[in-house]
Design a binder for this molecule. Structure first.
Ligand SMILES: NC(=O)c1ccc[n+]([C@@H]2O[C@H](COP(=O)([O-])OP(=O)(O)OC[C@H]3O[C@@H](n4cnc5c(N)ncnc54)[C@H](OP(=O)(O)O)[C@@H]3O)[C@@H](O)[C@H]2O)c1
Length: 237
């Protein structure tokens, strides 16, 4: 097995790397980081780290040439807020530059990884192409409103994954494409909102990663094109 964890420096990405090391011994792991260098302990693990901006087409193309064939790609790259901006509570708070950056970070890496790594997944007989989406990207499940930029970006990500699953049913029939919701997970991304989450609903990154790996393992090419939660239950698009 050979896997790529995009965003291995993030809370969920880092936990995925550690869970794969624990649960899938012998797997060759490649992981990416951008601004956050992996901690010393992670650097000493048998993981090949790549520093790049996954919104840059040339960088992703270069990575695909460097890594070669793969079985799994799991993209965890995402943003909800910046130091200057929290997600919008009201439409009157929408700020165009923040909206554009959110869409860029939450959608473009998946598009670029799919385009640049299509041939890298061809020789695997159980390939997976998975991106971490979010339940709040579901249009059918949206009852609260708010978070315009994040919700719109994850809905766009979901559409990209569904469209890709249709194209790859013909071109990569052995590959399963999926959008996964990790639960609410205690990471930098959710940090400003954790106080409103009941303790039992705030998952550790390790718990979420273990659940996600179970879901990814259970996927089959016939089930390509689904939006699933951390426990494997389907979420409406
Ligand atoms: N945490 C939650 O409760 C929750 C809930 C639902 C969905 N999600 C989704 O789960 C995914 C992972 O979230 P997380 O909680 O682990 O967030 P996180 O800890 O903030 O990690 C975000 C990751 O994205 C990377 N990244 C951001 N911009 C990048 C770029 N331009 N190029 C390359 N890498 C970039 C970061 O890399 P650097 O730090 O190295 O720059 C980091 O590895 C996200 O897609 C998020 O939307 C999270």
């Amino acid at each position: 097995m050979k896997v790529l964890i995009a965003g291995g420096s993030g809370g969920i990405g880092c936990a995925l790397v550690q869970s794969i090391l624990d649960e899938m011994p012998g797997t060759e792991i490649h992981a990416t980081f951008h601004n956050t260098s992996p901690e010393k302990e992670l650097q000493s693990l048998p993981v090949e780290w790549h520093k790049l901006d996954l919104t840059c087409a040339e960088s992703v193309e270069g990575l695909s040439r460097q890594i070669g064939s793969l079985d799994w790609i799991v993209n965890t790259v995402g943003m909800l807020h910046t130091d200057e901006h929290l997600p919008e509570k009201s439409i009157t708070q929408l700020e165009p530059a923040f909206f554009s950056r959110t869409v860029e970070v939450n959608v473009l890496p998946t598009l670029l990884l799919a385009g640049c790594f299509q041939n890298n997944l061809k020789s695997s007989d159980s390939a997976r192409f998975v991106s971490i989406s979010a339940r709040v990207g579901s249009i059918g499940d949206n009852r609260l409103g708010g978070w315009y930029s994040y919700r719109a970006s994850k809905a766009a990500l979901n559409m990209v994954l569904k469209t890709l699953s249709n194209e790859w049913k013909r071109k990569l029939p052995n590959c399963c494409v999926a959008a996964l919701h990790p639960g609410t997970v205690a990471t930098h991304l959710s940090e400003p909102f954790q106080k409103n989450v009941p303790a039992e609903k705030l998952f550790s990154a390790q718990y979420s990663a273990e659940q996600l790996i179970g879901v990814i393992r259970d996927l089959t090419a016939e089930r390509s094109g689904q939006f699933l939660a951390y426990d494997g239950t389907p979420i409406p698009w």
